[in-house]
Design a protein around this ligand. Structure first.
Ligand SMILES: NC(=O)c1ccc[n+]([C@@H]2O[C@H](COP(=O)([O-])OP(=O)(O)OC[C@H]3O[C@@H](n4cnc5c(N)ncnc54)[C@H](OP(=O)(O)O)[C@@H]3O)[C@@H](O)[C@H]2O)c1
Length: 325
C-alpha cells in the first residue's frame, strides 16, 4: 500500500498527493481550482516564483486559516527560486519576494528550480531573452545552496531541495552541503520513469516529487501553438495499457497513473482547472495496483525520449549545466 505522506530527512511529513499550480491563463484562473482542491483534501500546494500566482495562493491560504478551516502547520507549501535567481547575489531578493507574495512566515520546501543561472530582465521581472536566445551566466549553485542553508537556520524555510538537477549535479551539492537536500522535483510519468535518478535519491535519503505526472498534455498543446521545440508524443493518458488497466480497476487513466506513481514511493503534484479532475486525482487511496500491473506499467518507460518538459530553449540548451543531456 502507499502511505498518504512521505517522511522527509528532517522528519517532516509531506502529503504524497499535492496540487500543481503552473498555469498559462493568468493567476486568477487558479482561484476556484485552489478552493476545490482544498475542499477535496489537498494540503500540499506547489508553486514557483515564475508561475506568478504566489499572491493568489497566499490569499487562499490566509482565507482558510482565518476561517479556521486549517492550521498553518497542516499545510505543506513549496515554492521555487527562479532560474534568473540562481545567483548568490539574487537568492535573498527572490526568496523574500516569494515569502511576501505568499504572505507566510516560512515555506515548507524551497527548491532551486533549475540548475542554470539565467540573466534577469528586471524591467519585466522575467528571463532576459535577446533574439530568441535565453541569456545565461556561469552557475554557482553551491554558493546558492549555502545561502539557502542560512535561511533554514533563520527559520524562513523548513526544507531545501532541488528541481531538474541530475545525479552529477546533486552529488556536487551533497559533497558540500551542511544541510542535505530534502527533496528532488523532477518530471516523472509512465513514459519517463527516471529509475536511475530515483534510485540515487533513495540511496541518499532524498524524497522525490513527480512533476507533470500526467505528462502535461496542456504543455504539449501550448508548445505546438508557440512553435517552441516540440515533439508529438502520444498522450500517456490515452496509452492502450493504461486504458486497459483503467477498465480493470474501474478507475480513470489519470488515477491509474497517479496510483502507479505513489506506489513507486513518490509524491505527485498533478494540476487541473477542472473540479471533477481535481477530486478524481486525490481519490486514489482506495485501491492498489497488483505486482503484475506495476511491472506492466514499468514496461512503458521510454527513458529520455519520453520527456515532455525539455526546457531546450536556445541559450539554456547550450549551457554547461543543462541537466538533460
Ligand atoms: N519543477 C518544474 O520544473 C516543473 C515543471 C512542470 C511542472 N511542475 C509542477 O508540476 C505540476 C503539474 O505539471 P503540469 O501541470 O505541467 O502537468 P500535469 O499535471 O501532468 O497535467 C496537467 C494537465 O492534465 C489535465 N488533467 C489533470 N487531471 C486530469 C484528469 N484526471 N483527467 C484528464 N486530464 C487531467 C489538466 O487539464 P484539466 O485542467 O482540464 O484537468 C492539465 O491540462 C505543475 O502545475 C507545477 O506545479 C514543475
Amino acid at each position: 500500500m502507499a502511505n498518504r505522506t512521505i517522511t522527509l530527512n528532517d522528519g517532516t511529513e509531506m502529503p504524497v498527493l499535492g496540487f500543481g499550480t503552473c498555469q498559462f491563463g493568468g493567476p486568477e484562473t487558479m482561484i476556484k481550482p485552489l478552493q476545490v482542491a482544498f475542499e477535496s483534501g489537498y494540503r500540499h500546494f506547489d508553486t514557483a516564483y515564475t508561475y506568478k500566482n504566489e499572491k493568489v495562493l497566499g490569499k487562499a491560504i490566509s482565507g482558510w486559516i482565518e476561517k479556521k478551516l486549517v492550521e498553518r502547520k497542516d499545510l505543506f507549501i513549496t515554492t521555487k527560486l527562479p532560474m534568473y535567481g540562481v545567483h548568490p547575489e539574487r537568492v535573498e531578493k527572490f526568496f523574500n519576494s516569494s515569502l511576501d507574495r505568499l504572505g507566510l512566515d516560512y515555506v515548507d520546501l524551497y527548491l532551486i528550480h533549475f540548475p542554470v543561472c539565467g540573466k534577469y530582465n528586471e524591467k519585466e521581472d522575467t528571463y532576459l531573452i535577446e533574439n530568441s536566445v535565453f541569456l545565461t551566466e556561469e552557475t554557482n549553485y553551491i554558493e546558492v545552496w549555502k545561502i539557502l542553508e542560512k535561511m533554514v537556520d533563520a527559520g524562513k524555510i523548513k526544507n531545501i531541495g532541488l528541481s531538474n538537477f541530475n545525479i552529477s549535479q546533486i552529488t556536487k551539492i551533497l559533497n558540500e552541503a551542511r544541510i542535505k537536500p530534502a527533496n528532488l522535483q523532477i518530471e516523472v510519468h509512465p513514459y519517463l520513469q527516471n529509475n536511475e535518478l530515483i534510485e540515487f535519491c533513495k540511496e541518499n535519503g532524498i524524497s522525490v516529487v513527480a512533476y507533470a505526472p500526467l505528462a502535461s498534455p496542456e504543455l504539449r498543446t501550448i508548445l505546438k501553438l508557440t512553435g517552441l521545440p516540440f515533439r508529438n508524443y502520444p498522450s500517456v493518458m490515452g496509452d492502450d495499457t493504461i486504458i486497459t488497466l483503467s477498465k480493470k480497476y474501474s478507475k480513470s487513466p489519470a488515477q491509474i497513473i497517479l496510483r502507479f506513481t505513489i506506489q513507486r514511493g513518490l509524491a505527485a503534484i498533478p494540476k487541473s482547472l477542472n473540479a471533477c479532475h481535481i477530486k478524481e486525482n486525490i481519490d486514489i487511496f482506495d485501491f492498489q495496483l497488483d505486482e503484475d500491473d506495476m511491472s506492466l506499467l514499468a514496461s512503458l518507460d521510454k527513458g529520455n525520449e519520453g520527456r515532455v518538459c525539455r526546457v531546450d530553449f536556445k541559450g539554456i540548451l547550450e549551457h554547461p549545466e543543462y541537466p538533460f543531456k
